[in-house]
Design a protein around this ligand. Structure first.
Ligand code: AP5
Ligand code: MG
Length: 214
């Protein structure tokens, strides 16, 4: 099963993608998480990506696309995968389609997690991410057991640099101009499904399970 998670920044793509990956035992591939891991390790890719991420802009395709193309060619992706944060523009979607076509494959579902802009800003301000394992929380909706400490690994949880309100606005505007056109793109392919991302997380996941026939 090959699934794309679409949705605005903070819509809940990562939250749902993790659960899909667990349930179907397929890799969760998040370009944002890959960039953040590189930033943490201080790699050249991380340094380059950070400059764009901190401004709320897309990281250029030459740093992004090959990374995903290589990742989905790995053995553990043979049974499928869930893409979170990629593709983020029509050109990225076209490369993905071409890459899969060469392998005799295609995407099965593009799931749009639909959340209006007004809800997003609140969510992002409350999100906390673990500096070590990347687990995400929300100070109201999904609090850690001990404030500021990751339940899973005991490391510190922090506000992501790009979750500051002014950067969130920029990310939303980039989403509307560059990423939202993908909804129409996948609708035309007949694989678009939408879920109401304002529902509680467990209900969003139930809606996704129904779509995936699980
Ligand atoms: P990326 O990491 O992909 O960020 P994003 O798309 O902005 O999305 P987020 O991770 O912020 O949100 P999410 O939808 O995963 O929501 P989450 O589940 O965490 O990308 C970051 C940056 O990297 C980009 O800006 C760009 O610069 C670069 N980049 C990445 N991919 C790229 C690409 N392909 N090309 C170019 N550049 C790229 O949930 C958010 C919060 O809400 C959490 O606190 C969560 O607990 C809470 N929450 C989730 N669901 C619910 C719910 N149903 N009800 C209430 N609260 C909820
Ligand atoms: Mg995410």
């Amino acid at each position: 099963m090959k699934i794309i998670m679409l949705g605005a920044p903070g819509a809940g793509k990562g939250t749902q993608a993790k659960q899909i990956a667990d349930k179907f035992q397929i890799p969760h591939i998040s370009t944002g998480d890959i960039f953040r891991a590189n930033i943490k390790e201080g790699t050249e890719l991380g340094t380059k990506a950070k400059a764009f991420m901190d401004k709320g802009e897309l990281v250029p395709d030459e740093l992004t696309v090959q990374l995903v193309v290589d990742r989905i060619a790995k053995d553990d992706c043979k049974r499928g995968f869930v893409l979170d944060g990629f593709p983020r523009s029509i050109p990225q979607a076209e490369v993905l389609d071409e890459t899969l076509a060469k392998m005799g494959e295609k995407m099965d579902y593009a799931i749009d997690v639909d959340v209006p802009d007004e809800n997003i800003v609140n969510r992002m301000g409350g999100r906390r991410a673990c500096v070590n394992c990347g687990a995400t929380y929300h100070i109201v909706n999904v609090p850690t057991k001990v404030e500021g400490i990751c339940d899973k690994c005991g490391s510190e949880t922090i506000l992501r640099d790009d979750d500051k309100p002014e950067t969130v606005q920029k990310r939303l505007s980039v989403y509307h101009t560059q990423t939202q056109p993908l909804i129409e793109y996948y609708k035309k392919q007949g694989i678009l499904k939408s879920v109401d991302g304002t529902l509680p997380m467990a209900d969003v996941f139930k809606a996704i399970e129904r779509i995936l026939g699980a």
